[in-house]
Every structure is written in structure tokens, then in C-alpha cells.
Design a protein around this ligand. Structure first.
Ligand code: FCB
Length: 452
């Protein structure tokens, strides 16, 4: 036992390829939708992009040593599809791309760190978007081919795999409100993107698992969140049902129960389309070895005064006018309310759907405007508090015998926070973007002491 956690509990930190790697044209990498998006004026709030990011492509060995120095024994990173298949098509696996992730995984192992790889953390090869992106079924098959190429190449050094990161974001930020790449706004058709992502997950899982890699574990990372009604009124409760449906049940139910939530399909007028996809459900619902939960905050929603739906750019197609309500909780720099008990709520809710399924917190963290003091320190007390509170929730759950197997801080390093560029820092390690110097923040030191 370490501080109330069993010795087998996994402690790690997470990053994602486009957010940290930089080196966007190195060794045959092709363009992804994030290169295109970030280079489109007006898309990124501070006008930046991931061309250089935090140079993790060149500095990964030092970064992994730093992670190990913090006492962490797992590193969750993502593999950039356009490094492996620059044009997105099978038959084009780029050896230099595979070799980079082999060196990265080997650096982990040499430092006593277990690599946890995510196959898709949002960097779709641009040629696949040009062919229709996640709105077309074919992309799911291309994802399967890519997953097989990566797994064939690296399954000797990587034993923990996640197919997708947060398909809700890919579908509803990518194709719903357009806040993320590819920046499209297709209304309820964003649910088709969600289905094709889940199909890609199912196809990939089926293909890589039957390749026979004993001892490996396969999962997916979602971003479910507790959704509360602002009041007990039937209208607010209906609003919460709708948003819970889109955010949580649209993903959890097909994965864990092999069916889509009928009410969500009704709300969005997609019942008929989904009925035609029913044959995909057994593949999507194939057993997982674990489920990754990325948790940041809960959401409270209220019904609008007028009609609930007015088609237009939105992460809530069919329920566009449901409003998020400020409940007075303190917030991080993202404006996200802080409520550690929400982590318990969502893990317990998932556990009810799948009582035996091992769960991991695969991301959890907070953004604050850090400053470096005159003596070169980053005293991020608010982030430290956030971390401490959420770790405490994990500790309680584990002590109750709950099947929570690990916790990954988001993020190891400050990095390119998508549409926010470099204006939001989530790291437990500060990065001076001008010099690429790394400074362990007070929150990182706290974690190090905690794990010692
Ligand atoms: C999650 C993403 C991750 C990071 C955090 C803050 O939704 O998976 O890449 O941006 O939010």
C-alpha cells in the first residue's frame, strides 16, 4: 500500500501527439486535420499551432525520465495516425513513424514506465477528411487498417491500448459546433460521426485482439460527465436527460450494452438511420479489458424558455437551446466548475452499467495561468488542490473495493490546448515555450511526495 492505494495501482500522466510532439514534417509525417485547422486564421484563439509544440518528438527521452523522477510508472501518450499512414491509406505504413513510437515505448520501459498508447487522439490524416472524414463509414475501416499496422509493429513493447480518445469531442466539437478540427457544423449528422467512430473502435479492437497478443489489455477513453438538472421541474429534468443522452449514454450504452439510447435517436430524428446500422452493434459492444474515464467537471443544465431545438452549430444537436447553468461552484481558468465528487458520481454510474469492468481515470487536471517566480518556481496551489481533491476521491473508491485501477494526470506537460492554443496550461510540469525549459510545478512536487 502507498498512501492508502494498493501497490498495483497505476500512477501516470498523459499527453497527446498533436499537443506535444511538434516536428510536423519530420520523418515522413503527413498533414492531419489539426495542421489544417490550426493554420486556418481565426480557429485558434491565440493564433498558434502545433508545428513546434513542446518538441516532445525530440525531447521525449528527457520527458520520460522526468515523468519517472516524479515517481510515476505509466505514461499515456497517443500515436499520430499521419506519422504511420501519411496519406491515411493502408499499405503505406511509414517505418520511420513506427520507429519513433518504438523508441518512445522503449524509453518508457528503460525507465520502469509502462506505456499506455491511444491510437486516436484527434489527428485524422487530412486526406481521409477530404474523403468525408468521420461522416463516412469508410473512415472506420481505414482506422482499423491503421490500428493493425501499429499493433503489428509495436505490440511487443506496448501492452496497454486505447482505441479512441473522447469520441464525443471528435463528433460534437469536430462536426457539431466546429470548435475543433475539422471545424464542420453538420447538425444531427454529427451523430453519424459518433457511430463511425464507435464502429472504428469495434473494427480495430476485433482486428488487433484476434491477432493474438496474450497479456495485452484493450480499452477506450471516454469523457463522460455527471449532468444535473438546474431544478426539479419536468422541463429541466428533460433537458438533463437530453444532454446526458448525447454526452454519456450515446457512447456508454452501445459500448457496454450493445444498443443505442432510443430517446437520443428520437430527440435527433436519427432513429431510422441508426436502425440501418444495427448490425454494427455486436462489434461495438465486444468486451473491453478496461474503460478509460477522462473527468474534468460536471455540468448543470436548464431548459430554454422557447423551443428546445433550433438547428445550427452546436455540441447538442436536437437540443441546441438547452443552457448550461452556473451553480456558483469555483471554476478553473477554462471556466469549468470544480467538483471532485463528480468523479465519484460518474465512476459509480459506469460501474452500475458494467460492475466487473476495470476503470482507469485516464485524464484529470486543471488549467490555471501559471507564473514563474523570481527564483524559478511555479507555485500552482490551485492545481495542487484540484489534484489532491480528485486523488482523494480515487483513494476512497479504492478503499471501498471499487474496480478503479489507475489515475493519469492531465497533463505531464503544458501544451497546445487545441482551440485555446498555448493560453491554457494543464501541466504538472511547466514549459517555457520560448526556451522549451521544463520546470516541475508545485503540484508535480506534491504528487512526487505523495507517491514516495
Ligand atoms: C480533454 C482532451 C485533452 C485535453 C484536456 C484538457 O478533453 O482529451 O487532450 O485537451 O481535455
Amino acid at each position: 500500500m502507498t498512501n492508502g492505494f494498493p501497490s498495483g495501482f497505476t500512477w501516470g500522466a498523459a499527453t497527446a501527439s498533436y499537443q506535444v510532439e511538434g516536428a510536423v514534417s519530420a520523418d515522413g509525417r503527413g498533414p492531419s486535420i489539426w495542421d489544417t485547422f490550426a493554420h486556418t486564421p481565426g480557429r485558434i484563439s491565440d493564433g498558434t499551432n502545433g508545428d513546434v509544440a513542446v518538441e516532445h518528438y525530440h525531447r521525449f527521452a528527457d520527458d520520460i525520465r522526468l515523468l519517472a523522477d516524479l515517481g510515476l510508472t505509466a505514461y499515456r501518450f497517443s500515436i499520430a495516425w499521419p506519422r504511420i499512414m501519411p496519406d491515411g491509406l493502408a499499405g503505406s505504413a511509414n517505418p520511420a513513424g513506427l520507429d519513433f513510437y518504438r523508441r518512445l515505448a522503449e524509453a518508457c520501459l528503460a525507465n520502469g514506465v509502462t506505456p499506455y498508447a491511444t491510437l486516436y487522439h484527434w489527428d485524422l490524416p487530412q486526406p481521409l477528411e477530404d474523403a468525408g472524414g468521420w461522416l463516412v463509414r469508410d473512415t472506420a475501416y481505414r482506422f482499423r487498417d491503421y490500428a493493425v499496422a501499429v499493433h503489428d509493429g509495436l505490440s511487443d513493447v506496448i501492452k496497454h491500448w486505447m482505441t479512441l480518445n473522447e469520441p464525443w469531442c471528435s463528433a460534437f466539437l469536430g462536426y457539431g459546433n466546429g470548435e475543433h478540427a475539422p471545424g464542420r457544423t453538420v447538425g444531427v449528422d454529427a451523430l453519424k460521426a459518433a457511430h463511425h467512430l464507435l464502429l472504428g473502435h469495434g473494427l480495430a479492437l476485433d482486428a488487433i485482439r484476434t491477432e493474438g497478443s496474450g497479456g495485452s489489455a484493450y480499452g477506450i477513453a471516454l469523457n463522460p460527465a455527471p449532468i444535473h438538472p438546474a431544478s426539479d421541474s419536468p422541463a429541466d429534468r428533460d433537458a438533463a436527460r437530453r444532454i446526458d443522452g448525447l454526452r454519456n449514454r450515446l457512447f456508454l450504452e452501445p459500448l457496454l450494452s450493445g444498443q443505442y439510447p432510443a430517446d437520443v435517436l428520437e430527440d435527433t430524428g436519427t432513429t431510422e438511420w441508426f436502425a440501418a446500422q444495427e448490425a454494427d452493434l455486436p462489434l461495438i459492444a465486444a468486451p473491453l479489458d478496461f474503460l478509460g474515464v477522462n473527468y474534468y467537471c460536471p455540468t448543470t443544465v436548464a431548459a430554454p424558455d422557447g423551443p428546445i431545438s433550433t438547428p445550427g452549430p452546436s455540441t447538442q444537436p436536437g437540443s441546441e437551446n438547452v443552457v448550461a447553468v452556473d451553480t456558483g461552484l469555483p471554476t478553473t481558468q477554462m471556466g469549468w466548475p470544480i467538483q471532485a465528487s463528480g468523479l465519484r458520481d460518474i465512476l459509480v454510474a459506469i460501474n452500475k452499467l458494467a460492475p466487473e469492468l476495470p476503470l482507469y481515470v485516464t485524464e484529470n487536471g486543471s488549467a490555471y495561468p501559471d507564473v514563474v517566480t523570481a527564483d524559478g518556481q511555479v507555485e500552482d496551489d490551485e492545481r495542487l488542490d484540484y489534484l489532491r481533491q480528485h486523488v482523494a476521491v480515487c483513494k476512497d473508491l479504492v478503499s471501498e473495493g471499487f474496480p478503479l485501477k489507475g489515475y493519469f494526470a492531465w497533463s505531464l506537460l503544458d501544451n497546445f490546448e487545441w482551440a485555446w492554443g498555448y493560453s491554457r496550461r494543464f501541466g504538472i510540469v511547466y514549459v517555457d515555450y520560448a526556451t522549451q525549459q521544463r520546470i516541475v510545478k508545485k503540484s508535480g512536487r506534491w504528487l512526487q511526495d505523495f507517491l514516495r
